[in-house]
Design a protein around this ligand. Structure first.
Ligand code: FA5
Length: 343
């Protein structure tokens, strides 16, 4: 019996050296550990061993079995390491000269609308500027008349950074920088990405886009606001639109309004886009609060201004008939690729 065990051990030592591929390794494993393998075959032989030697022989067989198992495990590991090294070094070298099938891409629907709206504003003499995505607490809230104790902070809960800055909740966060930069007379729009801690649904995202606009000069009035908004919306919808103002509330404008546009799809008779009301709420706006002007270093006795904040994602939805805002951030090309503007 002892001799048989030693023979198996020696044979294994010879066989191990011949292993080159994973297939060789599997054959080796079966030869020794398989159902009819050499190690498996040793156990039944124990019955012919005298009783007083059975224990010792059993221990020897288990010892060889463990040695072989360990050897097989380390061989598996080294063959895998060799395979990965070969893959990295040779087999998977990328031929950068090969032509790549890319297909034709397209701009995101929101980008298309943004460019379109920017062009409309440029044609009306506006400058297109930029805001930051990460803003100071001061710019996002205090500078637009929303001090720490103001309840309006609750409806614009956002993501706070460890350094006390915030992911901006609205493009109005750029007002202070823009007003301070242009001092006095200006007509500026500044689009940007906004973030809010929202309960998501078909009409609300936690990441969405707005375009802010400010007009500051001597004697700016609500009439200027209505004129520019109506012009802009008529150009965006490519037909003369009717607008109406309803009273609204924003801490940074006084008075504040919600500007609705008469539904360009049904002409006001009521349809699924306007929810049957004949009007679409599109553009919160108002006259810039004197405190906001003052905080930007502008004399409210001399200058007045108006501001508006257009929600881009909602505009895209209205123009495309898309009924779930979440598709816009989804990266789902099935929805985004065939995007067409109805108007
Ligand atoms: C504001 O954000 C004000 N800063 C707008 C403003 C600017 C008023 C200047 C006066 C003067 P509001 O929270 O209503 O207001 O958002 C403006 C628009 O952004 C909404 O009409 C809507 O189109 C869009 N919007 C707001 N929250 C979301 C959201 N969670 N998901 C998608 N769009 C949103």
């Amino acid at each position: 019996m002892l001799q048989k065990i030693e023979e198996v051990k020696k044979q294994f030592a010879l066989d191990v050296d011949a292993v080159v591929t994973p297939k060789d390794l599997e054959e080796l494993r079966l030869k020794y550990m398989g159902k009819k393998g050499l190690i498996t075959g040793l156990m039944p032989m124990l019955k012919d061993v005298p009783n007083e030697q059975k224990r010792e022989m059993g221990m020897k067989i288990n010892g060889v079995k463990t040695e072989i198992e360990n050897a097989l495990a380390s061989l598996t590991e080294s063959l895998e390491a060799k395979r990965v090294a070969e893959q990295i070094n040779n087999a998977e070298k990328i031929d950068i000269t090969l032509p790549v099938e890319t297909g034709v891409g397209s701009l995101h629907p929101r980008t298309i609308i943004q460019k379109e709206v920017e062009d409309v504003f440029i044609s009306m003499g506006f400058v297109v500027d930029m805001g930051n995505e990460v803003e100071t607490e001061f710019n996002n809230f205090d500078a637009v008349n929303v001090p720490a104790t103001h309840p309006a902070r609750d409806v614009q809960d956002t993501f706070w950074l460890n350094n006390g800055q915030v992911l901006k909740t609205h493009t109005s966060a750029g007002q202070n920088r823009i007003l301070s930069k242009y001092k006095g007379t200006c007509k500026v729009v500044f689009p940007g990405r906004c973030f809010r801690n929202e309960a998501l649904d078909a009409g609300h995202e936690n990441t969405f886009f707005q375009m802010e606009g400010v007009i500051v000069d001597e004697n700016v009035s609500v009439a200027n606001l209505i004129y520019f908004m109506k012009e802009m919306l008529s150009k965006v919808f490519k037909k003369e639109v009717e607008v109406r103002l309803r009273p609204g509330f924003f801490p940074f404008t006084e008075p504040s309004f919600e500007m609705d546009v008469k539904c360009p799809f049904c002409g006001g008779s009521g349809c699924s886009t306007c929810g049957g009301s004949g009007w679409i709420e599109l553009c919160p706006c108002g006259m810039i609060h004197p405190n906001v002007l003052k905080m930007a270093g502008i004399d409210p006795e001399k200058y007045s201004g108006c501001a508006f904040g257009l929600g881009f994602d909602r505009l895209v939805m209205i123009k495309s008939g898309l009924n779930d805002i979440r598709a816009l951030n989804s990266g789902n090309l099935k929805i985004l690729k065939p995007f067409k503007l109805n108007i």
